[in-house]
Write a protein that binds this ligand. Structure first.
Ligand code: MRU
Length: 389
């Protein structure tokens, strides 16, 4: 997608003069957005693991590709089977919830270990680049399937006289002239290599001329909505409004939301959806207001090996300081972090929650949109339930 006039991906290999293989991987440092756009260059496995842990790179699909490039970086120092297995184990331990990480590491290991040692490094860089390209195409396909859904919703909305203008509030009258989509966290292009998952249909719909508007949940504690989703929608010119995390239900009750689309970090074969903390509450509110609740994911986010999201998905518990402190720009333009809670107040910080399948209208994948009950069929077709070798 574009930043200003320039086209960007979130991650790419960096070649040095005279070297046959890339020596570094460049990423957009997401911890500095929206105030600074800086590229970080990661030169070894340890730096990639730190970038994943500290969320310089984040979002399930991007974490997967970053882990693939982490494996490629590992081949620069040691291509032995023992070393690569150890690199894989270290990457797997970096963040537990997004299943794309495991999918990517297993794919890289399988591909590279099948080869004699002298061929492993080149093969690893090729495979990581292939996975990055595939991510772009998969997200574009998710966008196309989601676009059809949004066009359908817009046609329905136009056909139904939503509110007699005389009785509508100003906000309701404005909302009736556009399709209002609520999203949580950041599932845009910054969470992937390009396009995004939940935002891919929105970008395509915007380009197709659909009048739409996005309600962006700020997404405490790390504020991926306020800082990342808002930033990338603004770069692309998509109308949007940031709201506090607790505002969504109220907006739905007043007819100001037409549908919810979120991404996910893991989806079980029965259609339970694990996503950024707070997603479950949005699904409850959507169902209570008879609004469609869609989840957009690439197939590597579907964990066909498990069925019960509540019991079987490990929920990452992050540092309480993410809740106790908030950071941003001070009036003098300096970046500052300030404490919100009383010193020594206990804080809990579960980073994800699970939305049960019964609350999900549809799961938009690169293969089409499936209701939760249909997902097991896709899992079998794509062998997403195969155990690792
Ligand atoms: O903790 P993060 O920022 O890595 O969270 C992951 C996410 O980006 C979200 O949960 C997102 O909605 C799903 S990934 C496209």
């Amino acid at each position: 997608m574009n930043i200003g006039q320039q086209q960007f991906r979130t991650i790419w290999p960096v070649f040095a003069a005279g070297q046959a293989l890339p020596q570094k991987v460049a990423v957009i440092d997401q911890t500095l957005l929206p105030h600074d756009l800086q590229i970080a260059e990661l030169g070894n496995l340890t730096q990639m693991i730190q970038a994943i842990k500290q969320m310089q790179v984040r979002g399930a699909p991007l974490i997967g590709v970053a882990a693939a490039y982490g494996m490629a970086l590992a081949t620069l120092t040691d291509v032995s089977t023992a070393a690569l297995q150890q690199a894989a184990a270290q990457l797997l331990a970096s963040r537990p919830t997004a299943v794309n990480l495991r999918w990517a590491v297993e794919r890289m290991l399988k591909h590279v270990l099948a080869l004699p040692e002298p061929e492993r490094a080149l093969a690893a860089w090729h495979e990581a680049a292939k996975m990055a390209d595939e991510d772009v195409e998969v997200n574009r396909a998710i966008g196309q399937h989601g676009l059809a859904l949004l066009q359908g919703l817009w046609a329905e909305k136009q056909a139904a006289a939503i509110l007699p203008e005389a009785t509508a509030s100003e906000g309701q009258a404005q909302a009736s002239h556009r399709l209002n989509i609520l999203t949580h966290c950041n599932a845009g292009w910054l969470a992937t290599v390009d396009w995004g998952t939940a935002l891919a249909p929105i970008y395509l719909a915007h380009e197709a001329g659909l009048p739409l508007h996005v309600w962006v949940d700020e997404t405490r504690p790390r504020n991926q909505g306020a800082s990342l989703t808002a930033w990338e929608l603004a770069q692309h010119g998509v109308p949007h409004t940031v709201i506090s995390d607790n505002a969504g239900g109220h907006l739905m009750q007043h007819g100001l939301v037409d549908c919810v689309i979120v991404g996910a970090d893991r989806v079980t074969r029965s259609g339970d959806v694990c996503n950024k903390i707070g997603t479950y509450l949005k699904a409850l509110a959507a169902v209570d207001n008879q609004l469609p609740f869609y989840v957009a994911v690439p197939s590597p986010t579907i964990d066909g090996r498990i069925a019960d999201g509540l019991r079987e998905i490990p929920i990452e518990e992050r540092d309480g300081d993410e809740v106790s402190f908030i950071s941003g720009l001070a009036a003098d333009g300096s970046r500052q972090s300030v404490r919100l809670t009383p010193i020594n107040t206990p804080v809990a910080n579960p980073a994800f929650d699970v939305t049960p399948a019964r609350l999900v209208t549809g799961i938009i994948t690169e293969h089409g949109c499936y209701c939760p009950q249909e997902l097991a069929g896709l899992v079998a077709q794509l062998h997403l339930d195969a155990a690792a070798e």
